[in-house]
Design a protein around this ligand. Structure first.
Ligand code: RNT
Ligand code: ZN
Length: 421
């Protein structure tokens, strides 16, 4: 790493952005407000630790690939996440799924989990100095085998999942209380139908009823907040998803929960970036699952594409950083998994930094004056401004690898740790 060159490049970039009225130093400071919640499930392809070698089965989510080095134990997940954290600038959080509990070899079913099964995770987060978010796991379970959970017409199954969500919320409250940082608890269910259903309404009535039951207990907002995640369709659930966007947006508004927008869960021509300001007129906060859909919800590693840039731009332009919780959601089992995290998180962070380096007021002036040529021209020119110099300088000051230097670090971790699993 050539420190001097990075500094010089930053100085030039700083001057160039200053001409646009932007302080790069202020941007570096503002990057502290971008806290991304790292989903634990990229470490082991959404397996979890309920049984010695759990693997994903059913439920509309599918990890593909068998790249060596997958985490098999909690210790391995933690080691991998520590490696990831060491390669990222800024601060992150942990986003844990209920199936990743520390069950100590005991068989604990989903309707039996308790805060104590997550105490070692809370302690780990405390040690890392990070906050923690949580998720009910309503999939990969015999009681989800027919494709229905909270909306099930099998009353025993429906009750089972209600109990699971209740317990997950109690665990979330404990997490937030102990860590002194609000834990966002997200509910996503795979419920839906491969072929044309007849009683769409019946399942939605059930889902509403189950959510009402599961969310009945109120916890202080400093401890935990609920989010509900919609989806358009999934593999094997092509004809109807019970928890559609209309369903959950309505639920979130009426019940004061967060709405979780996963940008892999909409029609390809819809943009989640456009939905943020629409939803925030009606709900206090939004949770994001940032991902990269390809043709369908395939959860590819996030890259710095226009989708993600629009999401970041909308949040920054409107000062929504305090109202939008940012999580990642992808699981690519075909490449080095630590590399997947670092690429994906850095891409999201870059999108936020680019958004902060935008002369928004100037653009709005053009827009309001009907100067649409000028608006488009400036937006185009911004694309080739020296953002990379600011990013590299940021990484250097954060003491993490600059540019592609993280590649060799990950290769080394693969050789020394992953290859031996
Ligand atoms: C699935 C949803 C959901 C899951 C995780 C594991 O389509 O996006 O968020 O990916 O909960
Ligand atoms: Zn998601």
């Amino acid at each position: 790493m050539n420190k001097q060159r990075i500094q010089q490049a930053y100085q030039l970039a700083k001057e160039e952005y200053a001409e646009l009225g932007i302080s790069t130093d202020a941007v570096l400071e503002k990057m502290k407000e971008v806290v991304i919640s790292l989903h634990c499930w990229q470490t082991d392809d959404v397996g979890g630790f309920e049984t010695p070698d759990s693997s994903l089965s059913g439920g509309g989510i599918q990890a593909t690939g068998n790249y060596p080095g997958k985490a098999h134990t909690i210790q391995q997940v933690r080691a991998d996440l520590e490696k990831v954290l060491s390669l990222l600038p800024g601060k992150q959080r942990l986003n844990l799924h209920a199936i990743y509990g520390d069950f100590q070899g005991e068989r604990v079913d989903r309707n039996q989990i308790e805060p104590l099964h997550f105490q070692s995770w809370i302690d780990w987060c405390k040690k890392q100095g990070i906050g923690m978010d949580f998720n009910a796991s309503c999939f990969s379970h015999p009681r989800a085998a027919d494709g229905f959970t909270l909306s099930s017409k099998n009353e025993e199954n429906r009750r089972f999942w209600v109990e699971h969500v209740k317990r997950c919320r109690a665990i979330s409250a404990e997490i937030g209380k102990q860590l002194g940082s609000t834990c966002v608890h997200n509910i996503w269910i795979p419920d839906g139908s491969k072929d044309t259903p007849v009683d769409r309404n019946g399942y939605r009535v059930n889902l509403k009823k189950s959510l009402d039951e599961a969310l009945k207990v109120k916890y202080p907002g400093e401890w935990m907040k609920d989010a509900v995640e919609s989806k358009l369709f999934g593999i094997g659930v092509e004809s109807m998803t019970v928890g559609s966007h209309d369903f959950y947006l309505g639920y979130a508004i009426k019940n004061n929960t967060l709405i979780c927008l996963d940008n892999g869960h909409f029609h390809p021509t819809e943009q989640v970036g456009d939905k943020i300001s629409a939803c925030l007129q009606w709900v206090d906060e939004v949770l994001l699952h940032v991902t990269r859909p390809i043709r369908w919800d395939s959860d590819h590693v996030v890259t710095l594409n226009e989708d993600v840039q629009l999401i970041a731009a909308e949040i920054v332009r409107n000062n929504f950083l305090s109202r939008v919780k940012i999580g990642l959601d992808f699981f690519d089992a075909s490449i080095n998994r630590i590399g997947a995290y670092v690429i994906g998180t850095r891409a999201a962070q870059k999108a936020f930094m680019i958004a902060m380096l935008e002369p928004t007021e100037k653009l709005i002036q053009y827009e309001e004056a009907g100067q649409n040529f000028e608006r488009l021209a400036l937006l185009e020119e911004l694309k080739t401004k020296p953002f990379g110099a600011v990013w590299d300088y940021y990484c250097m000051t954060e003491n993490v690898p600059v540019g592609e230097a993280y590649i060799t670090e990950i290769q080394q971790y693969e050789k020394e740790v992953l290859a031996k699993r």
